[in-house]
Every structure is written in C-alpha cells, then in structure tokens.
Ligand binder design. Structure first.
Ligand code: SF4
Ligand code: SF4
Length: 345
C-alpha cells in the first residue's frame, strides 16, 4: 500500500452552510452504534409541508456564488419518508446542494422517483468490507442489500458516496474497503469515527471495552487506507481528530455554520451535544428561535489544553496524557476534515 499522497485539512470555509436535517427518526435497522436518541430527538415523521417550511428557514435565496448551502437529508432512514422525492425537489428549488444519507435499503423506489440530476449525492452507510464484518454491526442481510442497491444507483447514473464508521469493532477491516469502493464504482469515500452518542454512549463493544479507537491505531491505519483509496481514483474524506503541534484549534460552533435539525424542533450546532437538551435553537411555529440560558453555545468559547471542550467532557477516552499531565495530542473539532484527492497514476 502506498502513502505518497498528502492529506489536506479542509478548514472551515466562510460562507459555507451545512444543514443536517433528520426528517424522521424511524429506521428499519438497529445498528449497534446508532446515535439516534428518540427521547431527545422525537419520534415523528415530519410532514412534507413542515419540512418545506423548515427548509426555508435555512435556505439563502440571495446567496453569492461562494455561499454554498449543503443539505444532508437523514433519519432514521430518510428513504422511509413517503415524500422524500418531493422534499429533494423542493430543496433543489431553494438552491440547496442535496445529499441523502441512506442505510442502503432505498425504500419507496427512490431510484425511480428522482433523477440523478435532481440529487447531488446519494450516500450509503456500510461498516465492513464483507457481511461477516458489517452485519454484526448493522444487522443481518444489510451488507447484501446495501451493496446491491449501490450497484443499482451507480448503474442508473447517480453520484454516490460511502460512509464507513470506524470503531474498535471494525478498524482492522478498513484496509479492505478501498478495493470494494472501487469495485462498486463509488466516487467518494467518507471514513467517519465513532462518536459516543445514543447507543454507543451507553453500551460497550464488549464488557469493559470501549468503542473508541486508540490514537496509535488511528494513525497507523486511516491515512494509509485513504492513500490507497486515492490511488484507486476515489475522493476520500476523514476526520482530523488529532491536531499537529502547528495546527490551530477552531470550534465550528464559533467559526462555521452547521445546523443539526431534529423532528422535535431541536437545532444543534455541535453534534457531540445531541444527547443533551442544550441545543442552540428550537423551531417553534415554523420559526427559528435562539434559546436563552444554558445551551451548547456557552461551551464553545472555553479554551482547554485538550482542544475540543465537548470531547473532553463527553468522550475523553481518546485523550492521552504525558507524565507531567499535559495532553499528548489536542483533539480537533469533530467537524474538521482531512481530504485526499484522487491520484491519477
Ligand atoms: S441506519 Fe442509521 S438510523 Fe438506522 S439504526 Fe443504523 S445508524 Fe441508526
Ligand atoms: S465538536 Fe467541539 S470544537 Fe466542534 S463544535 Fe462541538 S464543541 Fe466545538
């Protein structure tokens, strides 16, 4: 495997807005690491009319060219929403760049309800290069269904991406993913890191064993896999996680525009906060209302040697300390990405 390509940190871009819209929380799967938390996020399926009104709160009809607004439609499983195709068309009409993040089941015949021109990216989640790795995490039969539907989507001309959530359960299988992504014809590969939210915050991989990946494992595996994928012509993105000495720390909550919307009207700016009622905004009567009092925004300006304050508070297992008590690595904002562009060999 080659490592001759350089990852580039994708800094937070002024003017860019990312809207992660959970249009329902229902799902046909029961993934072991699912971060959806119905008590905190609600259980309703938002009607088309409500989705359209809420989308309008985040659209920018008068945006300049450089002001991209990315919309990621999520669930639960978003293709279980009976009106997803209409939602995609409504969002395109408002100027969003639209991605659908699916577990691969593609309910309601989505590939025939929208055209490749109407959807910017169709993203699939897969957590192993074979059923023996993926299915114990995501559910029996899910590997076969997901890969079959990826092939159908690629054949129909959709832009596709694949998300692999790295955890202690599957990091040793990540190296086999680039060959599969290439063989499936998928253009973009997102390596995600497990966040301790929802189910994975409560359960362990095995008694006494955390879901989280140790820094040395991350460094020895992820950059090399990304380089391999790039040499296969695939665009790769993965979280920065550990800052180098020369990197400056930035909290997206202060310098970027990210909104994580849930069916109960909660709107967060930081995904790590989603298990707690400390959201920045609520949508009330179809209006976006900033919440006063203790909300996540109070944490964003706090400077600590470990980098991200919410990581330190909620999932500190990924921080190691030197003998003098100083952290060996600062943890970046979970939204900061490294990008490796496809290499033409
Ligand atoms: S597919 Fe997504 S929403 Fe459904 S159980 Fe898995 S992680 Fe949760
Ligand atoms: S993950 Fe950390 S750095 Fe990023 S928005 Fe949340 S609190 Fe800020």
């Amino acid at each position: 495997m080659t490592t001759a390509v350089q990852a580039r940190t994708v800094g937070f871009r002024p003017g860019e807005r990312n809207v992660f819209f959970h249009i329902l929380t229902t799902c046909n799967l029961r993934c072991r690491h699912c971060y959806i938390n119905p008590i905190e996020h609600g259980t309703c399926t938002l009607p088309l009319e409500t989705v359209t009104k809420w989308l309008a709160l985040f659209s920018r009809p008068d945006a300049e060219d450089e002001q991209i607004t990315n919309l990621i439609l999520l669930g639960g499983e978003p293709t279980m929403h009976p009106d997803l195709a209409e939602i995609i068309r409504a969002a395109k009409g408002m100027g969003f760049s639209v991605t659908v993040d699916s577990n691969g089941y593609l309910f309601h015949d989505l590939l025939h309800k929208v055209s490749p021109q109407e959807l910017d990216y169709l993203s699939f989640s897969l957590d192993g290069p074979e059923a023996a790795v993926n299915d114990p995490i995501r559910g029996p039969g899910s590997f076969e269904v997901c890969t079959a539907n990826i092939r159908r989507a690629v054949a129909a001309g959709f832009n596709t991406s694949l998300i692999y959530t790295v955890s202690a359960l599957n990091i040793k299988h990540l190296a086999r993913m680039p060959a599969l992504v290439q063989e499936l014809g998928v253009q973009r590969f997102f390596i995600q890191v497990i966040g301790l939210r929802g189910k994975s915050a409560k359960d362990t991989v095995a008694p006494g064993q955390s879901w989280q990946v140790r820094p040395e494992e991350w460094f020895s595996v992820v950059p090399q896999v990304a380089a391999d994928a790039a040499h296969r012509g695939i665009h790769v993105t993965y979280p920065k996680v550990y800052l180098n000495r020369e990197d400056s720390f930035e909290c997206a909550g202060l310098v970027a525009e990210n909104y994580f919307i849930f069916p109960n009207g909660r709107v967060y700016q930081c995904p790590l906060c989603e298990d707690y009622p400390i959201h920045s905004y609520t949508i009330e009567n179809d209006q976006l209302v900033h919440r006063q009092g203790l909300n996540e925004g109070r944490f964003f300006p706090l400077h600590i040697p470990e980098g991200c304050i919410m990581n330190r508070l909620l999932q500190p297992d990924n921080i190691s300390y030197a003998e003098d008590g100083s952290p060996l690595h600062r943890i970046s904002c979970c939204l900061l990405k490294e990008e490796v562009l496809p290499v033409k060999d």
